[in-house]
Design a protein around this ligand. Structure first.
Ligand code: ARG
Ligand code: ZN
Length: 872
């Protein structure tokens, strides 16, 4: 039952206009659809009309006003076929659906008494019979009818054109969306909502009304999203010359949502967690995430909506490009190096793990069973890295011309990744044929590098070897075109040396292109012995190995002109120390702290810095998940012990420095989510984490005071986490209790409360999860709650991987329940179990046994696809 890219055929019939009428009711919503259809000119007459439809009850069907006889059409579980249709015709259908029974949160469903939709990728077929594929684009006219008291607000895409009263206390609004769109961009919202309104005048002078719709109690949490939206609109005009194209732009916050947000034309629907912020309820990280997601969805209006995907294999066409755009936007609005560091460190932890696991797939997969399983880090984040490489290969100016050409040539069309890359090749004259392999080859390329300085000849020889490991279904890989940005840092001067390659001088920071399996680059006129600074800015999504000594890394940490690589040198240095300690732990040998790491950190703490956010990142150790990614077989306990040991050793050795850093960066200024303040808070909180690592009285007192000061959620949450994750349960419990009571009314804060306690390293974490699953604020039907409690627990490395297998069992139980309630979330939450091959015995066997227990159930296609891959 997989769908294959190679089976793609253009649709036989296209819809030129769609008219919908919804008569809303929780158990029996009536959906009338009138589709204006015509046969595609290239298709021969006689083809049957195939429409998608799932979980619909058909009440009426007619063509050009003539009801069809039962033998004129056929119904299946997945759709409807009309055997014979004219060349141009009107199709009228009427179906019933039950939004209140929809726990999968795809199609039309109820969230807190409010109707909303999620149609991407294939949710529209749960609303009405339709050619539910992105290459069918139509204008829409939608009438929404509902109870005037319970559902005062009725929204859909485009502009409201008519409204009125109806008998029986009902009312209606009709919406017109003049821009042709695929069904996945359809949206409807109905409920008792309140709005915040603002405006934006586009570069050509169009006045756009901006609205954010929320439940009344959240009206005070919309400022930041609104400000972010306006910044994003401005940025897209300045950076890509993209302008908004309707008079109204709406955002709606809903509590039950499978993902972050959805770019429906003119009516973006957001997970409330991705839009609501308030200094008292949201952390700095949440503020920044909201800014990024608001921008991401807005940017889709061009990269996704005006130009969309031909089929779902092209998903990265819109997602990779749009993530790249939102990353650049956030870099421009905040600290650019920190944005890069955070994106890459997440990428190397989570996407590398995906690429190395049983669900590894190319950025453009060639088959799938369930498309919702492919909203992945590979499609989104690796896709964005590849677009970033393109922008670097072409240079910004040419990349912009390529992007202009793409938007102009394909406006209103559904296209492919080749069309996008083709525009880039056309404007630049570059041959991007080898580059295209990035889209078809799964797995993370590994580059082994060797460097040698010849004193006599003043030459630096760099030998690079690339290899991409086999992934499921792709045993053999071809060499990729890998742009590698680098510099040579002189060991005497501490500066980037001028680079000369084949007689050409290239400045002190350049990009070399690795295309072969093995290539040698000889830099001449290198006046002093250098340490190479390789893969600056993470110029390609690869693993790069170089036999750096610890002195080299300490040197780069101090001298590299590239902030990203300075940070990376620190991470590599810490990794070397951590690897020793992991080995010591496994061998039962006494752990000894590497003094070079201590001295390197001392150096960092002593230098004046203008970017505190970068310093905070440099002082942060690699996470346990990242460390695990670096190991052949993961030993969770050794990793945890080693990392704690490093933290405590640094804290003990540098206590006074951390104390000073903490004091220097304390502030009573009114909270603002501004880069300088955020940087200062993160630096202060890094210092506090070290001080708490040794759990002395002073550290504990500082954390307690910060928790009690209740100044903003960033500081409160950080302090609470430190207390709860400490061994001082006597202090943790009252703080947790106070926090849980104070915020019982706020679901988004309760999510944080759940996560904080189930991620604690103490051995009671699993029992807490079980206990909290019965908490009144918890529900398996709400994806945010599932992520906050179950998802967070699965990130608790030592406890999820308990040797008695109880962590695995708990997750499997949840997957089995969610498999019926919400297959999309079930198939996502299962991920940690699919990585069983990375662990030692007996964990492997225990994890596999749980996967097998899941496999024995009656499975949704979503879970089936993931489990089959995991056990293959
Ligand atoms: N297009 C949305 C976004 O990236 C995500 C939609 C996800 N849909 C799904 N069924 N998981 O902004
Ligand atoms: Zn997106």
């Amino acid at each position: 039952q997989p769908t294959y890219l190679s089976d793609y055929r253009p649709p036989a019939y296209r819809v030129t206009h769609t008219e919908l009428t919804f008569d809303l009711d929780p158990s029996a919503t009536r959906v009338k659809a009138r589709l204006h259809l015509e046969r595609h000119p290239e298709h021969e007459p006689g083809a049957a009309l195939e429409l998608d439809g799932e979980q619909l009850t058909l009440k009426a069907i007619a063509i050009d006003g003539q009801p069809l006889d039962e033998d004129e059409y056929a119904l299946t579980d997945t759709g409807l076929r009309v055997h014979r249709v004219p060349q141009r015709f009107l199709l009228d259908t009427e179906v019933n659906i039950a939004p209140e029974a929809n726990t999968a949160l795809e199609g039309l469903y109820l969230s807190n008494g409010m109707y909303c939709t999620q149609c991407e990728a294939e949710g529209f077929r749960r609303i009405t019979y339709y050619p539910d594929r992105p290459d069918v684009m139509a204008t829409f006219s939608t009438t929404v009818i509902g109870d005037a008291v319970q559902l005062p607000i009725l929204l859909s895409n485009g502009n409201p054109v008519e409204r009125g009263e109806l008998p029986g206390g009902r009312h209606f609004v009709t919406w017109d969306d003049p821009h042709p769109k695929p069904s996945y961009l359809f949206a409807l919202v109905a409920g008792d909502l309140k709005k915040v309104e603002d405006g934006f005048t586009t570069m050509s002078g169009r006045d756009v009304t901006l609205q954010i719709w929320v439940e009344e109690e959240n009206l005070d949490k919309t400022d930041h999203a609104m400000a972010s939206l306006k910044r994003a609109m401005q940025w897209d005009e300045e950076t890509y010359a993209r302008e908004y194209d309707l008079d109204l732009f709406m955002i709606v916050a809903v509590n039950d949502f499978n993902m972050g947000a959805m770019e429906n034309k003119g009516l973006n629907i957001f997970n409330s967690a991705a839009v609501l912020t308030h200094p008292h309820t949201a952390t700095d990280a949440a503020f920044q995430q909201v800014e990024g997601i608001v921008a991401h969805e807005y940017f889709h209006n061009w990269s996704g909506n005006r130009v969309t995907c031909r089929d779902w294999f092209q998903l990265s066409l819109k997602e990779g490009f749009t993530v790249f755009r939102d990353q650049c936007f956030s870099a421009d609005t905040n600290s650019a190096p920190v944005k890069r560091i955070q994106d890459v460190s997440f990428f190397r932890t989570a996407q590398f793990a995906e690429d190395a696991g049983p669900t590894a797939h190319p950025i453009r997969p060639d088959h799938y069973i369930e498309i919702t399983n492919f909203y992945t880090l590979t499609i989104y984040e690796k896709g964005a890295q590849v677009v970033r490489m393109l922008s670097n290969l072409l240079g910004w100016e040419a990349f912009r011309r390529g992007s202009d050409l793409y938007f102009e040539r394909y406006d209103g069309q559904a296209v492919t990744i080749e069309d996008f890359v083709g525009c880039m090749a056309e404007v630049s004259g570059l041959d991007l044929s080898q580059f295209m392999r990035w889209y078809s080859q799964a797995g993370t390329p590994e580059i082994d590098t060797q460097g040698e300085y010849d004193y006599a000849k003043c030459e630096y020889r760099l030998v690079l070897r690339q290899r991409t490991p086999a992934t499921p279904g792709q045993p053999d890989k071809l060499p990729l075109h890998i742009p590698l940005r680098l510099g040579l840092v002189g060991t005497k001067s501490g500066r980037d040396l001028p680079l000369t390659l084949d007689g050409e001088s290239l400045g002190s920071d350049t990009v070399i292109h690795l295309r072969e399996e093995e290539q040698e680059f000889v830099f001449t006129d290198v006046s002093e012995a250098p340490v190479p600074s390789l893969l600056r800015g993470f110029s390609a999504p690869v693993k790069l190995r170089f036999p750096y000594g610890r002195e080299d890394l300490a040197f780069l940490l101090q001298h590299d002109s590239d902030d990203f690589n300075r940070w990376d040198a620190g991470q590599r240095l810490a990794m070397l120390a951590l690897e020793d300690l992991i080995a010591a732990h496994r061998n039962g040998v006494e752990k000894v702290m590497d003094t070079r790491v201590v001295e390197a950190f001392r150096g960092l703490l002593a230098t004046e810095t203008d970017d505190k956010a970068v310093l905070a990142e440099m002082l942060t150790l690699p996470t346990e998940a990242y460390i695990a990614e670096q190991q052949a077989l993961v030993d969770v306990d050794a990793i945890h012990a080693a990392r704690e040991f490093v933290k405590q050793s640094l804290a003990a050795a540098l206590r006074d420095d951390f104390l000073r850093l903490f004091e220097e960066n304390r502030s009573d200024a009114a909270y603002a989510p501004e880069p300088e303040q955020i940087a200062q808070r993160s630096l202060k909180n890094v210092a506090l984490a070290y001080l708490m690592a040794i759990e002395d009285d002073q550290g504990i007192e500082l954390a307690r005071t910060q928790f009690a000061a209740d100044h903003n959620m960033t500081d409160v949450r950080h302090a609470l986490t430190l207390l709860v994750h400490s061994s001082r349960t006597d202090i943790a419990e009252p703080a947790l209790k106070a926090f849980g009571e104070a915020w019982a009314h706020d679901p988004l804060v309760m999510d944080q409360w759940f996560s904080i306690q189930v991620t604690r390293p103490q051995p009671d974490a699993l029992e807490r999860v079980k206990f909290l699953m019965d908490h009144p604020a918890f529900s398996l039907k709400n994806p945010n709650k599932v992520r906050a409690l179950i998802g967070a627990f699965a990130q608790n490395r030592v406890n999820f991987h308990r040797l008695d297998g109880a962590g695995y069992r708990l997750l499997a139980d949840v997957v089995i329940t969610l498999n019926q309630l919400n297959p999309e979330i079930a198939a996502r939450i299962i991920t940690p179990l699919t990585r069983w091959q990375r662990f030692e015995e007996p964990r492997q066997e225990l994890m596999k046994a749980e996967l097998e227990r899941i496999r024995a159930e009656e499975l949704s296609p979503n879970v089936y696809e993931v489990v089959e891959k995991a056990l293959a």
